[in-house]
Design a protein around this ligand. Structure first.
Ligand SMILES: *Cc1c(COP(=O)(O)O)cnc(C)c1O
Length: 390
């Protein structure tokens, strides 16, 4: 016998909420830290997992958007963004330059091949370039000694409009002694770009907060920027956690991942939880089973002890994270039961807060990875943080 649904099936209780007002607040923090710079909102990787359309609403007061996927650039144009868009890795192949012309995309040039492609590109519209220096990170860019000749080659091309100068820090989230500190990279950059014209862009989130004219202050060298590149901080994760957390920097989580309890278990002393029986109760203990697992993007490495909120009360995970479920200790929340709200990260009920950085730390990773790993099967929607607290 065939069964048909009378109504739409209820989804699993898990959902991701994107807080556009938090994005706007965090962007305002960038402006406060870097009052003289224009701001690229970095929205690569589908806006760090938040969804480019959803993030666009919260970040539209940025001066431009920086990303690296051409399809995401096209999405921004389709959303009506007419301002600057920067491709952080530039063209991947020559035909990408046609899209740059068509959509008026600014792009990074980091290697000689990209200059060759530009020289062969037929366009009426000269293109705006950010010329990247490898000042020590050894990922992308021209070495300092090759930078000036790359600039001169570009400057001579009719396909090229203004050239801006950029580099990227490998250790802006920590003070020396790291082998390659911000001050050293700045010195390399300044030396190689001395008397080259053009705007400068050096700072990522960590440098914005730690090396700006306001926050860095007398503590650390101030990095001068015409354009800063704000990524992770816009999404409400502290780039230098655990030295500083989002409260220190006055940042707000832009993503809440929440679900509900779908079962509870009463453990007796000696009972184990989950695959591998990695957690064993030492005394009678009540636990809750949460509809959230690694197939939702929750880190499997979290294991026992990762923080979570149940009905806004802080507790911790127990046992291994499985594909669709994880377990939490209900000792601090005896009233919790099936249907109780579980905040995996972000804003919880009653104004409670669980920074994603704390969950990431428990899993041996960083907030960046958790946000970006949010699985496609988790429904995401825009909702204010106040609505979550209610
Ligand atoms: C991703 C990226 C950024 C942003 O870094 P955050 O640490 O997220 O602020 C800045 N610049 C470049 C070149 C990047 O690729």
């Amino acid at each position: 016998m065939q069964r048909t649904f009378q109504a739409d099936p209820m989804p699993r209780p898990i959902e991701a909420l994107i807080h556009t007002e938090a994005l706007a607040h965090n962007l305002a923090r960038v402006r406060a830290a870097q009052p003289d710079a224009r701001v690229w909102a970095v929205v690569k990787a589908n806006a760090y997992g938040h969804g480019i359309e959803r993030a666009f609403e919260g970040l539209r007061s940025a001066d431009g958007f920086a990303l690296l996927d051409l399809a995401e650039a096209a999405t921004l144009r389709a959303l009506g963004w007419r301002g600057p868009i920067l491709l952080l890795e530039g063209a991947f192949e020559p035909r990408d330059l046609e899209l740059c012309s068509r959509l008026n995309l600014w792009h990074v040039v980091h290697c000689a091949e990209q200059i060759d492609w530009l020289a062969a590109h037929k366009t009426q519209q000269p293109q705006r370039i950010f010329l990247k220096m490898n000042s020590g990170m050894n990922r992308l860019g021209f070495r300092p000694e090759a930078y000036r000749s790359a600039w001169a080659r570009l400057d001579a091309l009719p396909q090229v409009d203004e050239i801006s100068l950029m580099t990227h820090f490998s250790n802006a989230d920590a003070d020396p002694p790291s082998p390659l500190g911000v001050a050293l990279q700045v010195a390399v950059f300044d030396e190689a770009t001395r008397d080259l014209p053009g705007e400068r862009s050096l700072a990522n989130s960590a440098a914005i907060l730690r090396h700006g004219p306001v926050a860095g202050g007398s503590l650390r060298p101030c990095v001068k920027n015409d354009w800063v590149r704000a990524g992770i901080l816009s999404y409400g994760s502290a780039p230098d956690f655990p030295e500083h957390d989002i409260r220190h920097w006055d940042l707000r989580p832009a993503m809440t991942l929440r679900s509900r309890l779908i079962a509870t278990q009463q453990l007796q002393p000696g009972d184990c939880v989950g695959y591998g029986s990695t957690y064993r109760a030492h005394q009678a203990q009540r636990i809750g089973i949460v509809a959230c697992g690694y197939a939702d993007g929750y880190p499997r490495h979290a294991g026992t002890g990762a923080p979570a909120l149940v009905d806004g009360v802080r507790t911790g995970t127990v046992g291994r994270v499985s594909m669709d479920m994880l377990a939490v200790d209900l000792t601090p929340v005896p009233a919790a039961g099936i249907g109780s709200e579980v905040t995996l990260w972000g804003h919880g009920p009653g104004g409670s807060l669980l920074p994603i950085d704390e969950v990431a730390q428990a899993a041996g990773t960083v907030g960046y990875e958790l946000m970006c790993a949010l699985a496609a099967r988790v429904p995401a929607r825009v909702a204010s943080a106040a609505a979550v607290a209610a």
